[in-house]
Design a protein around this ligand. Structure first.
Ligand code: APR
Length: 312
C-alpha cells in the first residue's frame, strides 16, 4: 500500500514540528510548503529531519518546497501559514493579516489537493477555519480547526500538575472559541474516572480554568517573539492520525456546527469524532444554565470575528 501524504502549508515553528512528529509516527510522507523566501528553510528542515530518522528508526520521505505542485493529492493538509501572535497582540489583531494569506492558501489547496482532510491552525482560529472553507468550497466535514485538543491538553496538564498525577489519567473537555472566552467544563473533567471537582477545591479549579483560557498568552509572553509551537503541532498530529487510521477518536476541535449546542453555520470548538470521513459526528452533552451562558458568550465572540471575515 502506498504511503499517505501529509502536506504542511507553512513551514515555520509549528510546521517544522508537525513534520518531525508526522515522520516519527510514520503517518506518511511529508511535504513542507512555504513561500519562495523560505525555500531554503523548509528544504533544510526536511533534510535535517530525514537525517534524524535513521536514529529514530522511522521511515518517511520529507520534501521542502515553495511550489504548490508539491502538495498535489495530499491526504492531509495542515495549515499554519500566517504570522504568529506577538506580545500585546490579540488573536483578533491577527485577523486582517492572516485572512489574506488563508484565502490564497484555500484556493491553492482546492486546486491541488481537493480530497485532503484539512486542519487549520492559523489564528484567529475559528474565523480562519471559516474563511478557509468559504474560500475553498471544500466539504465542511473535510475542513476543521485545531484548538480544542490543545486547550483541553493545557487544562489536563494543569490538573495533573495540581494533583501530582499522570497526565494520562486526566480527561477534560473545553468548548467554544480558541480564545479567552473558551469554556472549560470542569464538571466533566476526571482523574482516573474520579470527577476533579471532588479532588480540587473550587478556587483552585477556577484558577486552572483561568490559566487554561490564558495559556496561549502565557507562552507568548515567555517566548517574546512568537506563540506556542510544540503543543499545537502535537495536537494537530493527533487529529491527522485519527483521520488517516480511521481511529474515530473523540477530539475537541473547531467543527462546523449545524444546530448542535444551538450553534448554526459556524466553526466552534466541540467534541468531534474524527475518522476516515473527516469530522464524522459531533457529540452533544447537556449543559448547565451557567455553562450554556458561557458558551453563548464564546459563540458570540466567534460570530463577531466571522462577521469581520464576511465584511472584508
Ligand atoms: N503560503 C505558505 N506559507 C506561508 C504563507 C503562504 N501564503 N504566508 C506565510 N507563510 C509562512 C511563513 O513564511 C512562515 O514560515 O507561514 C509560516 C508561519 O510560521 P511562523 O511564523 O513560525 O508561525 P508559527 O509559530 O508556526 O504559527 C503559525 O499558527 O498558532 C498559529 O498564531 C499562530 O497564526 C500562527 C500560525
Amino acid at each position: 500500500m502506498a504511503r499517505k501524504k501529509i502536506a504542511l502549508v507553512g513551514g515555520g515553528q509549528i510546521g517544522g514540528n508537525l513534520a518531525l512528529y508526522a515522520a516519527q509516527r510514520e503517518l506518511g510522507d511529508v511535504v513542507i510548503y512555504d513561500i519562495p523566501e523560505k525555500e531554503g528553510l523548509v528544504k533544510g528542515k526536511a533534510l535535517d529531519i530525514a537525517e534524524q530518522l535513521p536514529v529514530d528508526g522511522c521511515d518517511a520521505t520529507l520534501v521542502g518546497a515553495s511550489s504548490l505542485d508539491a502538495i498535489a493529492n495530499a491526504d492531509v493538509v495542515i495549515v499554519t501559514a500566517g504570522i504568529p501572535r506577538k506580545p500585546g497582540m490579540s488573536r483578533e489583531d491577527l485577523l486582517r493579516i492572516n485572512l489574506g494569506i488563508i484565502e490564497i492558501v484555500a484556493h491553492g489547496v482546492k486546486s491541488h489537493a481537493p480530497r485532503a482532510f484539512c486542519i487549520i491552525i492559523t489564528n484567529p482560529l475559528d474565523s480562519m477555519v471559516y474563511a478557509f472553507q468559504k474560500a475553498s468550497g471544500l466539504p465542511h466535514n473535510k475542513v476543521c480547526g485545531m484548538a480544542g485538543v490543545l486547550d483541553a491538553a493545557r487544562y489536563r496538564a494543569f490538573v495533573a500538575m495540581e494533583l501530582g498525577i499522570s497526565v494520562k489519567d486526566v480527561q477534560a473537555l473545553v468548548l467554544g472559541g480558541h480564545g479567552p472566552s473558551m469554556v472549560p467544563i470542569s464538571r466533566l473533567a476526571t482523574a482516573g474516572g474520579v470527577p476533579v471537582t471532588e479532588l480540587i477545591p473550587a478556587d483552585r479549579l477556577k484558577a486552572i480554568e483561568d490559566r487554561t483560557r490564558e495559556a496561549g498568552t502565557e507562552i507568548v509572553k515567555l517566548y517574546g517573539t512568537g506563540s506556542a509551537f510544540f503543543s499545537p503541532a502535537m495536537s494537530a498530529i493527533a487529529m491527522a492520525e485519527s483521520y488517516l487510521k480511521d481511529q474515530k477518536r473523540v477530539l475537541p476541535c473547531a467543527a462546523y456546527c449545524t444546530g448542535q449546542y444551538a450553534i448554526r453555520d459556524l466553526y466552534v470548538g466541540v467534541p468531534a469524532v474524527i475518522g476516515a470521513n473527516g469530522i464524522e459526528r459531533i457529540l452533544e452533552v447537556k449543559l448547565t444554565a451557567e455553562e450554556a451562558a458561557a458558551l453563548k458568550k464564546t459563540v458570540d465572540a466567534v460570530q463577531q470575528s466571522v462577521n469581520e471575515v464576511n465584511m472584508s
